[in-house]
Design a binder for this molecule. Structure first.
Ligand code: ADQ
Length: 779
């Protein structure tokens, strides 16, 4: 990491803050493995740690320096290296308790029934990701603007899935020298799960705005690259050392399995020094977890109950010691789990307890690492059976602490650790009888087998410790810098390559099908301009549309909000379909027309409204456009500070006159509620051109940039493929893909032309060959 600084972004800072009796703040160090491994590198590279400081820090208050007595890994982190991000109570509630823990956490653990999908949560999540990204950008601007040193931004976990997009867009625009990396601490689920998330595309796209993405194990990498392929149509290739390379927008994103671990020797030391904690007259089965439904505690207790019923010899002789740390106590699912656990413990203890013995000892609380080390060391069986878990560090801590006698580890294969620690007894936590039998096997396991299994586990974990995890990251990032150079490549959203279209449309444009291109005009074919009258079709776009219109089996329709005559004269290509006024008026290639029925006196009412808007609201550069039954008021030229009152005034007039309000780019429209839109018009155009069964005959590509295009994108979903033009990949849309601007539409049209010509070329070749064969047969 020569000439680089490490900038870590995590939901929380690597310590908490406590206010003393005199009102001053002091740091309380966190002792997790991540902090232990990462903090020294942040310190050594004079890097930065960005995170939420907790509710204790007031706005503008400074982070205190560490106390002289602080021996933790973060002690050397100067307060100037820490950028606290402040969250309001509301943000914390919606972003953390809401989106992170009630939406993403259950879904990413493949428990969609527990997930809540809520727009407000999601908006708060975006806002908070924006805050973290801004804090990062401030740091990059200060230290890495046109600089030789690379800022290695390392985003941690599911709280910050969107931050990379915001960072990359600004960094590429401002020439900030950085590489963006991401590490996910929880599982990355299958595409079937991911697509349940209404905002899945934004999430995948944002991860692809990184340079390097790490997951604990290969399974999660495979799930992720599968989502890139199936969700965004990316090309994926195998890389070196078990990595993958995802190609998107001309960039290559490295995806690597990167199993996290623990500071092994620290746990070993703690175990050596820990006091005797457990008495030795009963065998102890140990569970240590945050109280979380993913950790499988209910199943574990039920399996233990089965063990006591099927093997009564354990009554009075075996104890299940469960330590459960209170977690996310504000979230309802967790409160319900707590109640369920209390009842379950009560029921099982009530059923089996004797005068001197109870089967379950249940600690609802946190223990220090040295207390934990003692019980890890002195228990007999580690029972770690999550239903789903990113890695699970407890399994590794248990192994590290077996310094006196081997003990047996029972582990769920649904934890990342299960993929690495094959010498443990692996058991499916959903099969309760099998779990009970596995506990029995562990309790009865001969010493030799215990020793062989535990020795193998310990020697592997000793090497694959968290320091090695950090070293692997540094190695990967150094290789990446060497390969790519230091400069940040532009954001995906600014670059579209032919291969991207091949990925998403390659299979869609099939032989035997015609192709229909339905295209919006302003902002799609022609770049947006301040006066709509000045909009023009660029000559390159026109040339390619003309060529496409002459190809057999290619149909073109222009679907615009402009009046139909207007858009027809702007495009000026004969032999294609034009739909104006959002589809109210259509002119087919044979010059036949469709005009949507309009109620009596509608035009008169519209003209009255038009005059009123003209008189009262066409000030400060605002103009009004008369489109018959649609009136468009443009405020693009109105100074920003003068817009708000005018917009409300126009909205009021439109509603009072009994019309619907439509919003467009710097424009408001008054529309009659005719139950007609670009979607319905598109259907009509396709039916008219190809008949009722058009979906069996034609492949439809729709491209638009406007809110009114969303109707068509929604109606064509599943029947065609749509692109939305938007400068933000984080915008909500019914479209299948987002394209960044009108330039990318030209690339799309070029790709379509190339593909269609190539295919018909191949067809012709085949026909020629068939003819030749037939001639030969005749001779
Ligand atoms: P967690 O879900 O928190 O972490 P885990 O990996 O088991 O799960 O880490 C828990 C940590 O909390 C351990 O270090 C353990 O010692 C500590 N702990 C547990 N119970 C405790 C108790 N009663 N008292 C004190 N400490 C206790 C997330 C993912 C995991 C992933 C880690 C790291 O969900 O899958 O392994 O991040 O990436």
């Amino acid at each position: 990491m020569n000439s680089s600084n490490l900038i870590v972004i995590s939901n929380r800072l690597p310590f908490t803050l406590k206010r003393g009796p005199d009102g001053s703040l002091c740091r309380v160090p966190a002792a997790g493995g991540l902090v232990t491994a990462v903090a020294p590198v942040v310190i050594e590279t004079n890097g930065t740690w960005i995170g939420w400081a907790g509710p204790g820090l007031s706005e503008g208050e400074l982070i205190p320096e560490s106390l002289p007595s602080d021996r933790s890994p973060t002690a050397g982190l100067k307060s100037g290296q820490i950028r606290p991000v402040n969250l309001t109570d509301w943000e914390f509630q919606m972003y953390y308790n809401g989106c992170c823990n009630a939406t993403l956490w259950p879904l990413f653990h493949s428990m969609p029934d527990k997930a809540i999908f809520n727009q407000t949560y999601w908006l708060a999540y975006k806002t908070v990701n924006q805050k973290f990204a801004q804090a990062t950008l401030n740091d990059l601007r200060k230290n890495h603007s046109n600089s030789d040193t690379v800022g290695i931004v390392w985003i941690q976990d599911y709280h910050l899935l969107l931050a990379a997009t915001i960072i990359r867009q600004a960094a590429s625009a401002e020439n900030l020298n950085c590489k963006i990396c991401f590490f996910l601490h929880i599982p990355f689920p299958t595409w079937d799960m991911v697509k349940i998330l209404p905002w899945n595309r934004e999430v995948i796209q944002a991860l692809l705005d990184c340079d390097l993405v790490g997951f604990h194990v290969d399974d999660y990498c495979l799930n992720f690259v599968d989502c890139c392929r199936r969700g965004l149509g990316c090309k994926v290739e195998p890389g070196t050392k078990g990595t993958y390379r995802v190609n998107k927008g001309g960039r290559c994103i490295r995806v690597m399995p990167h199993p996290i671990s623990i500071p092994f020797s620290r746990f070993e030391d703690l175990a050596d020094k820990a006091e005797q904690t457990l008495c030795s007259d009963t065998q102890v089965i140990l569970g240590v977890d945050r109280l979380d439904y993913t950790k499988g505690l209910v199943n574990r207790f039920k399996a233990f109950e089965i063990l006591l019923s099927t093997h009564p010899e354990y009554i009075n002789n075996v104890v299940l010691l469960q330590v459960a740390v209170p977690s996310r106590t504000d979230v309802q699912e967790y409160q319900e789990l707590k109640d369920m656990m209390d009842q379950l413990v009560g029921r099982i203890n009530g059923k089996f307890s004797t005068a001197y013995w109870s089967p379950i000892r249940y600690i609802y609380g946190s223990l220090s690492h040295s207390q934990l080390a003692g019980i890890y060391r002195d228990s007999d069986v580690g029972l770690i059976t999550p239903l789903r878990d990113g890695m699970n560090l407890v399994a590794k801590e248990f192994v590290a602490c077996r310094t006196r006698k081997p003990g047996v580890l029972i582990l769920s294969p649904f934890a990342g650790a299960g993929e690495m620690m094959k010498e443990a007894l692996l058991v499916n936590p959903y099969e309760l009888e099998t779990v009970a039998e596995t506990i029995h096997r562990a309790l009865q396991m001969p010493e030799n087998e215990r020793e062989a299994r535990m020795n193998a586990l310990r020697s592997k974990e000793r090497v694959n410790n968290v320091e090695q995890w950090m070293a692997k990251f540094i190695q990967a990032i150094s290789e990446l810098i060497q390969e790519d150079g230091k400069e940040i490549s532009p954001s995906d959203s600014l670059l579209v390559q032919a291969e991207d279209f091949q990925g998403c449309l390659g299979d869609f444009i099939e032989d035997g099908f015609s192709l229909a291109l339905l295209l919006d005009f302003d902002g799609t074919l022609s770049p947006l301009v301040s006066n709509p009258k000045d909009a023009a079709l660029p000559s390159a776009t026109k040339d390619i549309l003309v060529r496409l219109s002459q190809l057999p089996n290619v149909f073109i329709g222009i679907v615009s909000g402009r009046g139909v005559e207007d858009v027809m004269s702007k495009v000026g290509i004969p032999g294609i379909t034009y739909a104006g006024n959002h589809g109210l008026n259509i002119i087919h290639p044979d010059q036949s027309t469709y005009n949507h029925p309009i109620p009596e006196n509608l035009e008169e009412r519209t003209q009255t409204l038009l005059r009123q808007i003209e008189k009262e609201c066409c000030v400060f550069g605002a103009t009004v456009e008369n489109k018959g039954v649609i009136v468009t008021w443009h405020y693009r030229n109105v100074p920003t500070e003068k817009r708000e009152p005018l917009i409300s005034k126009v909205k009021n007039m439109v509603t009072k006159a009994g019309f619907k309000i439509g919003t467009a780019h710097c424009a408001l429209e008054s529309k009659p509620d005719l139950g007609w839109d670009k979607g319905k018009a598109s259907m009509l155009i396709l039916k008219n051109a190809f008949g009722k069964d058009w979906p069996q005959k034609v492949r439809v590509i729709y491209v638009g940039d406007d809110v009114t295009d969303e109707d068509a994108m929604r109606d064509l979903k599943g029947l065609g493929f749509s692109f939305k033009i938007s400068s933000s990949t984080l915008s909500m849309t019914n479209a299948d893909r987002i394209l960044p601007g009108t330039d990318s539409v030209v690339k799309l049209l070029e790709w379509v032309e190339h593909t269609v010509v190539k295919r018909s070329g191949v067809d012709t070749e085949i026909e020629l060959r068939v003819e030749q064969v037939q001639r030969e047969v005749e001779i």
